[in-house]
Write a protein that binds this ligand. Structure first.
Ligand code: ADP
Ligand code: MG
Length: 245
């Protein structure tokens, strides 16, 4: 699809010591696009996600958000980073705060909203992820799937331009996976720009505009789900698909 670019990585290279973990990465994610990243363990998927919002520095290349290069550090970086929400495998909720407080805290601290305004917005978002009735509970009182939906509401509360998901359902019991994927599908339908690392190939087929296949720190294929799943070009992708499908 012809789209306005939101996230642009150009010729990005990253090393951990001697390990060349991202190699010549060129990736553009357009506004409203859903890009699913797949690939074997250790191929650099998480590192790529963290690179997109500069939780990791890179040795060469550029990362730009909405046409602006990401600054190296400082307040400008913090501001831009807040525009890209991140949802991890482990939900990282504050255990001693209620669900409502978990969704509200950063709105006050990062976005400077008044407490009442933040809580109003939090309740709206909790309603959107199907958790309106759980606002006053603590994370431990919720299932894993519910906790992950709180984490999604918390990310949305920053009004991000894009959301990154790094294996958001990998820590969940099977019966909870779908409720989280359904929230993600809904966000996709509403036009949220999303980069999603996942092993859920059903989600990739149904929700992704593009599938990016990584191996050994490189993007090996970047194609529509239809093309990727029915006619993978590379031996690496064929081998990967034969193991998981
Ligand atoms: P994936 O998410 O695809 O499994 P990662 O991005 O987590 O891959 O890791 C890519 C490679 O970088 C792996 O070989 C991993 O062991 C290595 N790696 C990841 N994080 C670090 C780190 N903080 N320090 C050193 N090596 C790391
Ligand atoms: Mg990973």
């Amino acid at each position: 699809m012809a789209v306005d670019p939101l996230i642009e990585l150009r010729d990005v290279n990253k090393y951990y010591g001697d390990l060349h973990v991202l190699r010549d990465i060129d990736l553009t994610v357009g506004k409203g696009e859903v890009v699913v990243i797949v690939g074997p363990s250790g191929s650099g998927k998480s590192t790529l996600c963290r690179t997109i919002n500069r939780l990791e520095t890179v040795e060469s290349g550029t990362v730009a958000l909405d046409g602006r290069p990401l600054p190296e550090e400082g307040r400008a970086l913090a501001r831009l980073r807040a525009e890209v929400g991140m949802v991890f495998q482990s939900f990282n909720l504050f255990a001693h705060r209620t669900v409502l407080q978990n969704v509200s805290l950063a709105q006050v601290k990062v976005r400077g909203r008044k407490k009442g305004e933040a809580e109003r917005r939090s309740r709206e978002l909790l309603d959107r992820v199907g958790l309106a009735a759980h606002a006053d509970k603590y994370p431990a009182q919720l299932s894993g799937g519910q906790q992950q939906r709180v984490a999604i509401a918390r990310a949305l509360a920053m009004d991000p331009k894009a959301l990154l998901f790094d294996e958001p359902t990998s820590a969940l019991d099977p019966e909870m996976i779908n409720e989280v994927l359904e929230v993600m599908r809904q966000l996709a339908r509403e036009g949220m720009t999303m980069v999603v690392v996942t092993h859920e190939m059903g989600f990739a087929r149904s929700a992704a505009h593009r599938v990016v296949f990584m191996a050994d720190g490189r993007i090996v294929e970047d194609r529509t789900p239809e093309e990727f799943f029915t006619n993978p070009h590379s031996d690496r992708a064929k081998d990967f698909l034969s193991k998981i499908l």
